[in-house]
Ligand binder design. Structure first.
Ligand code: CP
Length: 321
């Protein structure tokens, strides 16, 4: 009998966090990720992806996501390379995404393609043309599904639950994709959580996004961090200069970039067992003084990215995972 993990992921595209419909899938995926953690520590991961090719194609900059997918694939025995600088790809000569995806699939003999792209619809568009699974590594301002899963795994690892929590999502909620994917995943898969959405008024979640949260999701919008310091999970994000630049709003960026800032003095006001997360990179919103605070979880968060992405690649490519 197939598992929920297999039904959800095996040979499927993973373009949206909305594809995860039930808790059983998350439980099975996390069990696999924790096993990966143990195997990485023991330097005994095996080679379940031997013979598979996994190109990693990034049209936007990345440190964490690109490298963790690359090392997840390689550690499990796949051939994998990351193509980061698309100014040297044929996209610079006007090649469309559908043509590029078919080229990448065919020249590499890919089993799956990991894609980051600035357009909201890019992963779904690529999936419409590819004959192999497309894994969304960040699309536009809307989706970063593997980040949401690694964020949830971090919460689970640190708090032993993702129910009955106060979760504050802070910063650039307008342009940020990590906060949107995490809010969607946690509001559907978790139970009895309460959200604080803390941002400058100009950087709130768009109304059409809020309308996609499940009925009954409990949230309070606020324009400061102080009212969120009783949270169990405080998830900081940077103000995303690149989108302000693209939309000709750079003067507003300068005004907004340091509106909501977390200092260590503020972190000390939080519950002793609270955790502070950030998808990174950071700018001024998360002071370096917080790094040594025992609540800081953002460096461990990256480690969970490796284990989670190993588990996702295995679930997509290996039957019976
Ligand atoms: N969290 C995240 O997406 O970071 P990168 O942009 O470095 O991949």
């Amino acid at each position: 009998m197939s598992s929920r993990l297999e039904e959800t992921f095996y040979q499927q595209d993973f373009v949206s966090v909305n594809q995860i419909q039930d808790r059983e899938t998350v439980d099975e995926l996390f069990e696999s990720a924790y096993e990966m953690e143990e195997r990485v520590a023991a330097r005994d991961v095996g080679d379940v992806l031997a013979g598979h090719a996994i190109p990693i194609i990034f049209y936007q900059p990345s440190t964490r996501t690109a490298l963790s997918f690359l090392y997840a694939a390689k550690r499990l025995g796949a051939y994998s390379e990351a193509m980061h600088d698309m100014t040297f790809s044929s996209a610079a000569k006007g090649e469309s995404l559908p043509d590029s995806i078919r080229a990448i699939q065919n020249v590499t003999g890919a089993s799956a393609i990991v894609l980051r792209h600035p357009d909201d619809a890019s992963s779904q568009e690529a999936a419409n043309y590819a004959e192999v699974p497309i894994i969304n590594a960040g699309s536009g301002k809307r989706e970063h599904p593997t980040q949401a899963l690694l964020d949830l795994l971090t919460i689970h690892a640190k708090k032993q639950t993702f129910d009955n929590l106060k979760v504050a999502l802070v910063g650039d909620l307008l342009y940020g994709r990590t906060v949107k994917s995490l809010a969607l995943l946690l509001s559907r898969i978790g139970h009895n959580n309460q959200f604080y959405f803390a941002s400058a008024p100009q950087l709130r979640f768009p109304e059409d996004f809020l309308a996609t949260l499940p009925n009954g999701t409990r949230f309070t919008e606020m324009d400061n961090i102080h009212d969120a310091l009783d949270a169990d999970v405080l998830y900081m994000t940077r103000t995303q200069k690149e989108w302000f630049e693209q939309e000709g709003r750079l003067d507003e960026y300068e005004e907004l970039k340091a509106k909501l800032v977390l200092t260590n003095d503020m972190a000390e006001m939080m519950p002793q067992d609270a955790i502070i997360m950030h998808p990174l990179p950071r700018q001024e919103e998360l002071r370096y003084g917080v790094d040594k605070n025992p609540r800081a979880a953002y460096f461990d968060q990256m480690k969970y990215g490796l284990y989670l992405r190993m588990a996702i690649l295995k679930a997509i490519l290996v039957p019976g995972s």
